[in-house]
Design a protein around this ligand. Structure first.
Ligand code: ATP
Ligand code: LTN
Length: 329
């Protein structure tokens, strides 16, 4: 018998349009990790409800996200693709974890502070959001969680809750490890490089969506904020340019130093034109595959129903154990 594979789990909220920051921070690693791990990839629709969604758009977007996962290279033969709300154990475990989470821990969460600054309604779900995320992870006994750097604090809470539960009752949950890209874990907005690139940003010029066409991509990169000066240098003093060089590096596998050398004596406009073309070239096959997959609703439904059947079995196993340990009859 071979050794049991370790488990990877991650998820993305179906809010807004999937964009290159989600790809670089998360999806790219999801695809890579399929070779070595047993992977579960969620569409966390319950999380997306913490911001108001139009029901018809949300429904359509969930299918679109599944098709984009597959178009990027998630292989349903090897990985489970699961819609969070199809497995009710996520919400059930969340309640239990609610009872061992301290208000002080939630008050420290920077994503809550950021999101509640702009939110029209600051609902309780936005506040308890990280507990639902912890239950996504702990329910499946995940060993590794590939996410962007913005999720580091949430993952720390998941680890703390697992350790707390294990100590209070007895070893029950695997304590998950984060898997975060080193230099590109935080891609910044194109127009406002002090903020992270975000797929539900109201200003579409701030991000590049995975399904943007070539002209749109080139236009968005051309319009991206660069800093004063004319030299192509990778420096904290030039956050706009630094972000574009990071993107160039992600899409070319050249290091920032190589890119500086390549563009000595050249202008911002040359650099931006090349970067736009590079990203467009790389996204083109994803867009083509997406168009093929999205029209096959039966195929998508079959993948989702297989995903939720297998995930439900694993989830039930953990939840029964948890209920037994805490004394529920
Ligand atoms: P929203 O604007 O809807 O909150 P988002 O773009 O922040 O969306 P999430 O659904 O919160 O995306 O996150 C999906 C994955 O993408 C997570 O692993 C997250 O860490 C990663 N991610 C999000 N933004 C970035 C970013 N700017 N750079 C790198 N990774 C990111
Ligand atoms: N909070 C995450 C999305 C998310 C997630 C998860 C990521 C929900 N559940 C479980 C990894 C594992 C975010 O990126 N905003």
């Amino acid at each position: 018998m071979g050794e049991q594979k370790k488990r990877v789990l991650s998820g993305i909220q179906p809010s807004g349009q999937l964009c290159i920051s989600n790809y670089i921070g998360a999806l790219k690693n999801w695809i890579k990790l399929q070779d070595e791990y047993e992977c579960i990839y969620l569409i966390v629709d319950l999380h997306s409800l913490t911001v108001e969604q139009k029901p018809a758009d949300l429904r359509q977007r969930c299918y679109s996200y599944v098709a984009q996962y597959l178009a990027c290279g998630i292989d349903p033969e090897r990985s489970l693709v699961v819609i969070q709300s199809h497995v009710p154990e996520h919400a059930e475990l969340t309640w239990i974890l609610n009872t061992i989470t301290y208000m002080g821990e939630l008050n420290r969460m920077t994503q809550f502070k950021d999101k509640s600054k702009n939110a029209k309604n600051i609902n309780a779900g936005l506040y308890t959001y990280p507990i639902l995320m912890a239950s996504d992870i702990l329910l499946y006994q995940a060993d590794l969680v590939p996410v962007g750097a913005d999720q580091k604090q949430h993952l720390e809470l998941s680890r703390n809750l697992a350790e707390r539960f294990n100590q209070r009752y007895s070893p029950t949950f695997t304590v998950p490890e984060p898997y975060i890209p080193k230099s590109s874990g935080r891609i910044m907005s194109l127009q406002n490089p002090d903020n992270k690139m975000s797929k539900s940003d109201e200003n579409e010029n701030n991000f590049i969506a995975l399904l943007d066409d070539e002209d749109t991509i080139i236009r968005k990169v051309k319009r991206a904020v660069t800093d004063s000066g004319s030299e192509i240098v990778f420096s904290d003093d030039k956050p706009g340019l630094k972000n574009l060089i990071t993107l160039y590096s992600c899409y070319s596998d050249l290091s920032p130093k190589d890119i500086e050398n390549k563009y000595v004596g050249k202008m911002y406009s040359d650099f931006k034109q090349d970067l736009g073309e590079l990203i467009a070239e790389s996204l083109k096959p994803i867009r083509i595959r997406y168009e093929e997959i999205i029209s096959e609703k039966d195929y998508l439904s079959k993948i989702l129903s297989e995903g939720s059947d297998k995930a439900s079995y694993l989830a039930r196993r953990t939840l029964s154990k948890v209920y037994r340990k805490i004394g529920l009859v």
